[in-house]
Design a binder for this molecule. Sequence first.
Ligand code: ADP
Ligand code: MG
Ligand code: MG
Length: 254
Amino acid sequence: KILLEVRGLCASVNGTAILKDLDFTVRSGEVHAIMGQNGSGKSTFAKVLAGHPAYEVTGGSVLFEGQDLFALKPEQRARAGLFLAFQYPIEVPGVVNSQFLRLTYNTVQKERGNEELDPLEFDDFVREKMQLLEMSPDFLDRSVNDGFSGGEKKRNEILQMALLEPRVAILDETDSGLDIDALRIVAHGVNQLSTRDNAIVMVTHYQRLLNYIVPDFVHVMDAGRIIKTGGKELALELEERGYEWVSDEYAAAQ
Ligand code: ADP
Ligand code: MG
Ligand code: MG
């Protein structure tokens, strides 16, 4: 079943075109990796899908489970089951993490016609999810991401994913800032959340993460479009040979 279908997507920021005719299809049960040099447009792609207001869609279409994604507001996209873990999670001083997480969780549950949880019920539920990520319950009482280390912010993002059970989860450089132990724990958590009914899209620079979360497809992004797709072995080849040969190959084929 097709969950996400991106066709000819073009988007710009501050009048500069960043995404240029990007095609990308995700089916249920699949794990995708999007790799590419710094500045190739990976985060832009993730943010356009999430509905970040700074980015203007100038062409193309995106269907999310058959519905026009751009007809949905950012919060409606999240409720519909699209999840984005940001490369740079924002700090929200003054907003208690447990309250933020419960509000986020309940909003989605309500939308899906499920029971909302009161603070006590939620506390049990969220602690169980935190164990999966080996996160201390202390993080519940702190302000959202406020003073969290890079790795702690990334875990808090994956905790949100664990609570929301999205259909499509896009993880933007969730591996950056994680030491090897944290990487293993986070990867284990993501693998536990991967099912036949959902899909995971990992944006990463490094092959390393893909040793732990094995992708079905590896895509190379360059200058705002996907210029090559392969299996997991492509990531190893990129690690060894870099990205330039892919761009050369693509240019030669045009
Ligand atoms: P990646 O995640 O692949 O490293 P990005 O999507 O962050 O790449 O950036 C793609 C390009 O878009 C870069 O050249 C970057 O400088 C530019 N860009 C991204 N956001 C903005 C912005 N808000 N204003 C101007 N340029 C931007
Ligand atoms: Mg096209
Ligand atoms: Mg990026």
